[in-house]
Design a protein around this ligand. Structure first.
Ligand code: ADP
Ligand code: MG
Length: 459
């Protein structure tokens, strides 16, 4: 197989980078060696390159299964930059007309196409399966692989059909990638993709440049958000709300306060959504107010803050959403507004759903509540609840740093003895307080106590 200098040369040649990030090189070598590969890497870690580079190097066409129809064109355009031949990358989804689809097929069959992005819906169509059976496939990449699991936050039933369809099309190694997998989700992915012996590459999920804070949600929330955004003038941010109505309302309020904000949710038509997304990436817009429909796979490196207006439905989802801040390694503030009433509201919404779904929903919600109400360092709780181990070095770092304190009015004060600069570091990294986290706090107990006294501690 390719030796070390070769791979670096290829990296430089195709992408212009001098070094690999994290486990990229080991992962790429594993794919080149033809092994099934499972990649767990946080958002912004550089997962795409793990299949793009081997696809460009290997014989045949890599089939990339990705749920992000809205972004497929961007991804294909990005790959096309590395070659004089546009046929090098294509996508197949429901947006293609007959003529474009014929062009795709011609290029693929001629062996010009190295990467073929396919939406899971398209993969399940008989016509496409018949076509793909004629193709020399280098490997299959399943991006956003957590969509396979009901325990993931973006469950897509069509993802469950990937393995049977791969079997129909023809065997080739599989690389599954996700930024989000608890043990349950990980087990589901491996089982469903039929890759029990896949080599696993797990990166650290501690993102020390992200600062997590939970503020009590009061009537003053809009004012508080406006004040915060004004302090971050000209910087990019995302605000997540649970309902489309709230998204539109808040975007309106922000605009009335001279903040360059735009709404985004799944109820808007596709051209408007695409335009909004592009405008945000191109910095025509500072703030996106959105439902969770916004953000997956969007590669904007300098998002400086992510605010959750409402408590998120699951901690996995929360970790993904906040992970969109600070992809470039710079500062990322993650602020969540929490009130017990929101939790009750979400539980109520679940009442009409099938029992199994309710059970899953409640458990996920419990974790989020435990996170919001904990009195220990939020970074630690987040990582623990997501069952990610912290490396010894990271734990030491956490212990060394001071913890700031939040009061019920959201007024922050630094821990005693910290000057501005170290407080800033403390905000980023925090120090755990050795009190027990309560796991299901919303029927009394320490969580209720914390609410009554109005004092939340975070790290
Ligand atoms: P993920 O899918 O894991 O969220 P992406 O694949 O979108 O992450 O990559 C995130 C960013 O990292 C992109 O801007 C990408 O260009 C950049 N990147 C990836 N690999 C490298 C590398 N080896 N060196 C420098 N930047 C990289
Ligand atoms: Mg990605």
């Amino acid at each position: 197989m390719k030796n070390k200098t070769d791979l670096i040369k290829q990296l430089k040649h195709y992408f212009g980078f001098d070094t690999f990030k994290g486990d990229q090189e080991a992962i790429i070598r594993n794919v080149l060696a033809g092994h099934d590969t499972f990649v767990l890497m946080p958002t912004g870690g550089g997962k795409s390159l793990c299949y793009q580079l081997p696809a460009l190097i290997m014989d045949g066409t890599a089939i990339v299964i990705s749920p992000l129809i809205a972004l497929m064109k961007n991804q294909v355009d990005a790959i096309r930059q590395v070659s004089a031949d546009d046929g090098i990358a294509h996508f197949m989804n429901s947006s293609l007309n007959r003529a474009s689809l014929d062009q795709v097929k011609t290029d693929v069959l001629a062996g010009r196409t190295k990467l073929l992005y396919v939406a899971p819906e398209s993969l399940t169509k008989d016509e496409n399966i018949d076509f793909l059976r004629q193709v020399k496939i280098s490997f299959y990449a399943v991006d956003e692989a957590h969509c396979i699991s009901e325990w993931g936050h973006d469950f897509r039933p069509e993802y469950r059909r990937i393995r049977p369809i791969i079997n129909e099309i023809g065997h080739a190694p599989v690389i599954a990638l996700t930024a989000t997998a608890t043990d349950k989700v990980r087990g589901d992915i491996k089982k469903n993709l039929g890759m029990p012996d896949a080599d696993e590459f797990k990166s650290s999920f501690n993102r020390p440049n992200l600062y997590y804070e939970v503020r009590p949600k009061t009537k003053e929330i809009d004012k508080e958000i406006i004040k915060f955004i004004r302090q971050m003038k000209g910087k990019s941010g995302i605000i997540y709300c649970l309902s489309r109505r709230k998204v539109e309302e808040l975007a309106e309020i922000l605009r009335a306060n001279d903040i360059n904000a735009r709404a985004y949710h799944a109820g808007m038509d596709t051209p408007t959504r695409t335009q909004t997304q592009d405008d945000f990436i191109m910095e025509e817009i500072d703030v996106i107010v959105a439902t969770i429909a916004f953000g997956m796979g969007i590669d904007k490196p300098d998002v400086r803050y992510v605010i959750h207006y409402d408590i998120p439905k699951s901690l996995e989802g929360y970790y993904q959403e906040t992970g969109r801040a600070g992809r470039d390694g710079g500062e990322g503030k993650c602020i969540t507004f929490y009130t017990y009433r929101d939790l009750q509201k979400l539980e109520k919404f679940m009442e009409g759903k099938p029992v199994a779904e309710q059970d899953i929903g409640r458990q996920l919600l419990q974790e989020t509540a435990a996170y919001a109400e904990t009195t220990v360092c939020r970074r630690r709780v987040l990582l623990q609840l997501l069952r990610r181990e912290l490396h010894a070095g990271e734990l030491r770092q956490l212990r060394q740093l001071p913890a700031p304190v939040v009061t019920h009015r959201g007024a922050r004060r630094p821990a005693a003895g910290t000057n501005r600069d170290t407080r800033h570091q403390g905000e980023l990294q925090g120090q755990p307080r050795h009190r027990r986290a309560h796991w299901y706090p919303h029927r009394g107990g320490a969580g209720t106590q914390a609410r009554r006294t109005g004092m939340l501690r975070f790290g």
